[in-house]
Design a binder for this molecule. Structure first.
Ligand SMILES: [Zn+2]
Ligand SMILES: [Zn+2]
Length: 239
């Protein structure tokens, strides 16, 4: 919203259009935002005791820690779609501010010495104009005073749409999609890997596998939102 629009139109809720402060969410839409208070330390699946979930106990991921700010549903899912597919700068501002605020409020700590954003293929990046994971990684880099290694991980191949694929098929689809630039990674073995959405974890798994092979010893995955597996419906959530 530019100064003239702001002058002529009162601020409104980004999702339903009701009057709201500074183009944020109205009270009603805000109730549809689910913050993850506690979750599995390996995949951020919400729970009430920080215990390792059955899935991670059975097959631990290639990273050593994972956290996510929101559940990927309701208002957050709508805002993220507006940001990524509709290029709404007001949604971007709101989500990046929420991510930064969460890092500050939780007094987030990590043993990482550098940050890497899950990359997009250059063709897709040109088409969309930005990488949401990179935008989030940039604000984390500023806040945590950690370097953002922009060249360390590259997406070399376009994968078919991941929608509708199960976990095994996604993993297969992603094999070979990424590559590591060992020179750019040099000196950093503990990495904070940032992505916008954790869906099945397959993308982050591929990245982590490659980073581990390249010498990373500790990977901490941080995402703005985490999708719930289709069958989970009795998870304790707040706000
Ligand atoms: Zn609203
Ligand atoms: Zn887990």
């Amino acid at each position: 919203m530019n100064w003239l629009e702001r002058f002529l139109l009162p601020p409104h809720c980004q999702l339903c259009g009701a009057t709201a402060d500074q183009d944020e969410l109205c009270a009603s839409c805000a109730t549809d935002v689910h913050v993850i208070d506690t979750g599995c330390p390996l995949c951020a699946l919400p729970n009430d005791d920080h215990s390792i979930c059955a899935e991670c106990a059975k097959q631990p991921p290639h990273w050593q820690a994972a956290q996510s700010c929101f559940v990927y549903d309701g208002a957050i899912m709508q805002l993220m779609r507006r940001w990524k597919y509709g290029k709404h700068s007001s949604a971007e501002r709101l989500l990046c501010e929420a991510f930064a605020g969460w890092i500050e409020a939780t007094e987030f700590t990590t043993q990482a010495t550098a940050i890497i954003a899950v990359p997009m293929h250059p063709h897709k990046l040109r088409k969309r104009g930005f990488n949401a994971a990179y935008q989030l990684a940039r604000s984390a880099s500023r806040l945590l005073k950690l370097p953002l290694l922009e060249q360390a991980l590259k997406r070399d191949h376009l994968t078919d749409s991941q929608a509708g694929l199960d976990k095994a098929a996604r993993q297969q689809n992603l094999l070979g999609a990424f590559s590591v630039n060992e020179q750019a990674l040099k000196g950093h073995q503990q990495i904070l890997l940032i992505d916008d959405v954790y869906t099945t974890g397959a993308t982050a798994q591929s990245c982590s596998q490659l980073l581990t092979r390249a010498g990373a010893t500790h990977l901490h995955l941080l995402t703005l939102a985490r999708a719930l597996p289709p069958k989970s419906n009795t998870l304790p959530l707040t706000s």
